[in-house]
Design a protein around this ligand. Structure first.
Ligand SMILES: Nc1nc2c(c(=O)[nH]1)N[C@H]1C(S)=C(S)[C@@H](COP(=O)(O)OP(=O)(O)OC[C@H]3O[C@@H](n4cnc5c(=O)[nH]c(N)nc54)[C@H](O)[C@@H]3O)O[C@H]1N2
Ligand SMILES: Nc1nc2c(c(=O)[nH]1)N[C@H]1C(S)=C(S)[C@@H](COP(=O)(O)OP(=O)(O)OC[C@H]3O[C@@H](n4cnc5c(=O)[nH]c(N)nc54)[C@H](O)[C@@H]3O)O[C@H]1N2
Ligand code: SF4
Ligand SMILES: [Mo]
Length: 701
């Protein structure tokens, strides 16, 4: 079927999945926003410039295999045979788990599903995980424990606009999801962020804690809710369990103690609780700022406890939610690319789940591997004894985005086989032994699930350039060369989706009733949607939570300090995050001239006094160091910064990688690394800097 000249689809980047219309003109593809509910005719700068991504000058056009140290163009058969032969050799020598897969939350539902199936069946490996582990895994773990099910927002985005107050803990949607602000004009905002972010500047109340202290703040707010009489006793009695234990923990977090630890004045703590409690309708939302910590799961649980005490979750017009991040951050966490997961948000250790999914796949349940290891653990052990010897990466750029990135780059370099499927030569692709060029968003069909659990259609408007193929075709080709029957790996998204529906049936994320026909007819379908005549579930938990007894669970959590404390050598907290113009590792947006011009290089936000003490002025190049490595960044003086904190965006490559500094200490439950706080120091960059040492070594010049 020829591609239509114009089509409606969604932005390639973040989880808001703004609605767009694409038209193929002689000069290229043109984008316009549609009146889709989440964006209502708006787009951010990344969305407006997305068509430029289709034709970046260094777009990957043919497969490449490294020979004699250089990547050389080859035909598809050679590339796929090379991968299959080396995979077989490695597995024959070291066992099935010697080869792993690293996926991404930007992959469509169909790709995520087929990638998980490919890993378990074609490779027979347990070693699969994905970058979503670095994203919303703490919120997922806490949400599942509290509510029995994890859907980022258990309500449509459009509900937010009717609230009186919205609390944003560690989220900066003014830069990370700008059109979301269209829904936040009426509510008063309470923002918790160590920086006076673009979002905090719009807030009625900004609480500015030290990085890594949100859990103390959440406990302190619960304390105030209890002591000042704001707890919704009827709701707590009728809809929850575990309040007494949570209350007891919170009792030792009196406001003055919380002020000492967080730096947030007692008055402000109290004002925040009062605003939330007095509002008719209110939401508590968390973002990566609160979640990306070695105690991220407990921190989110602390905010959920506060929301439960105030009676918000599962109530029309109120609730708790996590602002999921990547384009398919929601769907990508449901279909089996996670180490411990099978499709339908099922557990790979649950015998009934194994039997159901094995039945759909036509294999015996015992043939499915068990749970694997988490994203950082997979990367950390790569090329080392007990770790994978070969790794296939689909949809991530860990050389830039993984914590302790210098070390991760060294581990990847130690592999016997690194295969990267991408459409641009990302920093990780450039380090690969085999590079497989793939199609991108506007060149293929599929579905994604946005931050509110709504399943959306991505549609193509043009054919992929050169020899690029879809990820589904790549998986099919590899599986066949590994001896699998081809029909197990369909190459059309619709066929994969039909199988995904059956595999998800009866699971928490049930897509059984969702079809391309219903989506194409414009139906707004939020999972669970168990049957073709089921309208989908825009609002979860209104009658009951997903635990067997229908009740939400309080978690009795306790504050603990960051994994790494500041010291005389590293006296500052370094935190990391995003800017408007760039997306993630920057592999995509750094290639778009308008975005590269808006944010051309690595920088560090510093309070003027802190800079002066380090002998630095605005615009100077600083050397930021931590126990793991050193990074070079241009100083930006920001009066509203805390004097004890610096902020670096993580979008930049090479010696400007913020992740050369970050701490891979992992949350015990979610295995989330501590991206949002590390002990660091600031110095002027020597005029002729010695090459960064150890972890920070630039392995890929
Ligand atoms: N422009 C842009 N938009 C994006 C993305 C992008 O890369 N660029 N990525 C998408 C993805 S995958 C994601 S996950 C989302 C992320 O969306 P957000 O969560 O909004 O993004 P971040 O900038 O990582 O973090 C938010 C804020 O947390 C603050 N913060 C840092 N440390 C702490 C702390 O200890 N406590 C608290 N309370 N706050 C802290 C930072 O100062 C920052 O302003 O954005 C999505 N949208
Ligand atoms: N310091 C610090 N580090 C962080 C974070 C932070 O806040 N601070 N945030 C973390 C978070 S929340 C996230 S989500 C991660 C994200 O970090 P990454 O996983 O590196 O995300 P991207 O940069 O989006 O990388 C996606 C890569 O896949 C390619 N790609 C896109 N779509 C497809 C596709 O359909 N198929 C294939 N084969 N390739 C595709 C892109 O071109 C790009 O090279 O970073 C994490 N790292
Ligand atoms: S907010 Fe997200 S989905 Fe919307 S245009 Fe920007 S990057 Fe795209
Ligand atoms: Mo993310």
């Amino acid at each position: 079927m020829p591609e239509p000249r114009t089509t409606t689809t969604h932005c390639p980047y973040c989880a808001l999945q703004c609605g767009t219309r694409l038209t193929r003109e002689r000069t290229g593809v043109v984008v316009e926003p549609t009146d889709f509910p989440v964006n209502r005719g708006g787009l951010c700068q990344k969305g407006w410039t997305a068509p430029a991504l289709l034709d970046v000058p260094d777009r990957l056009l043919h497969p490449m295999v490294r020979r004699g140290g250089r990547l050389r163009a080859v035909d598809w058969d050679t590339a796929l045979r090379t991968v299959a032969d080396r995979v077989r050799e490695l597995q024959a020598e070291h066992g099935s788990d010697a080869v792993g897969v690293f996926g991404g939350g930007g992959l469509t539902n169909e790709k995520s599903y087929l990638l998980g199936k490919f890993a378990r069946l074609a490779l027979g490996t347990s070693r699969i995980d994905y970058n979503g582990r670095f994203c919303m895994s703490s919120a997922a773990a806490a949400g599942t424990a509290a509510f029995g099910s994890d859907r980022g927002l258990p309500f449509p985005v459009t509900d937010l606009g009717r609230a009186g107050v919205v609390l944003l803990a560690g989220a900066n949607p003014a830069e990370t999801m700008p059109p979301l602000l269209r829904h936040l004009t009426a509510p008063e905002l309470v923002v918790i962020d160590p920086r006076r972010s673009a979002t905090a500047q719009r807030a009625a109340l900004h609480l500015q804690p030290a990085p890594g202290t949100d859990l103390a703040l959440a406990l302190g707010m619960l304390h105030i809710a209890v002591v000042d009489g704001w707890v919704d006793g009827d709701y707590v009695r009728d809809r929850t369990t575990g309040f007494d234990a949570a209350r007891q923990r919170a009792m030792s977090w009196w406001p003055e103690r919380v002020e000492r630890i967080t730096g947030v004045p007692v008055r402000a703590q109290r004002a925040a609780v009062r605003m939330l409690a007095r509002a008719d309708r209110a939401y508590v939302l968390t973002g990566r700022g609160a979640e990306q910590h070695a105690k991220g799961t407990d921190t989110v649980a602390g905010f959920i406890d506060l929301a439960l005490a105030l009676g918000l979750p599962g109530r029309e017009g109120s609730g708790y939610g996590c602002l999921t991040g990547q384009g398919n951050g929601q769907g990508g966490r449901e279909h089996g690319q996670k180490a411990d997961q099978l499709p339908g948000y099922r557990s790979i250790t649950d015998p009934a789940a194994r039997e159901h999914v094995a039945g759909v796949w036509g294999v015996p349940p015992e043939s499915l591997p068990g749970p694997g290891i988490s994203a950082y653990e997979l990367l950390d052990a790569a090329g080392a004894p007990g770790g994978v010897r070969g790794l296939l990466v689909f949809g991530s750029n860990p050389v830039v985005s993984a914590p302790r990135a210098g070390h991760v780059a060294e581990r990847l370099a130690a592999l016997d086989l690194l295969v990267v499927a991408d459409f641009v030569p990302s920093e990780t692709a450039r380090a690969a032994d085999v590079v497989l060029p793939v199609a991108q968003w506007a060149e293929e069909d599929g579905t994604v699930t946005n931050l509110e659990g709504r399943v959306l259609r991505r549609r193509r408007v043009r054919v992929p350039p050169g020899h690029a193929r879809s990820d589904l075709e790549v998986l099919h080709g590899l599986a066949r060369r590994l001896g699998e029957p081809g029909h197990r790996y369909p190459t059309t998204p619709r066929e994969v989706f039909e199988e995904l529906r059956r595999a998800s049936a009866g699971g928490a994320a049930d897509y059984a009733g969702i079809s391309y026909e219903r989506l194409d007819a414009g139906e707004a379908l939020h999972w669970p949607c168990p049957a073709e005549d089921h309208p989908g579930t825009p609002r979860l938990f209104l009658d009951r939570f997903a635990h067997p007894d229908g009740r939400a669970r309080f978690a009795a959590v306790e504050h603990r300090p960051a994994a790494e404390q500041v010291s005389a050598e590293f006296p500052l907290h370094a935190t990391t995050g995003r800017v408007l113009a760039h997306y993630q590792s920057g592999a995509q947006t750094r290639r778009i001239p308008e975005l590269a011009a808006a944010a051309p290089e690595a920088f560090v936000e510093v309070h003027p006094d802190t800079a002066r003490r380090a002998g630095l002025a605005d615009g100077d190049l600083a050397l930021v160091s931590s126990a793991r490595g050193r990074t070079a960044a241009r100083v930006r003086l920001v009066d509203s910064m805390r004097v004890d904190t610096v902020f670096l965006p993580f979008h930049f490559p090479g010696a400007g990688r913020a992740n050369l500094l970050t701490n891979p200490a992992l949350d015990p439950r979610s295995r989330m690394p501590e991206f949002k706080v590390a002990a660091a120091r600031l110095d002027p960059l020597p005029a002729d800097p010695a090459p960064p040492a150890g972890d920070a070594a630039e392995v890929f010049a």
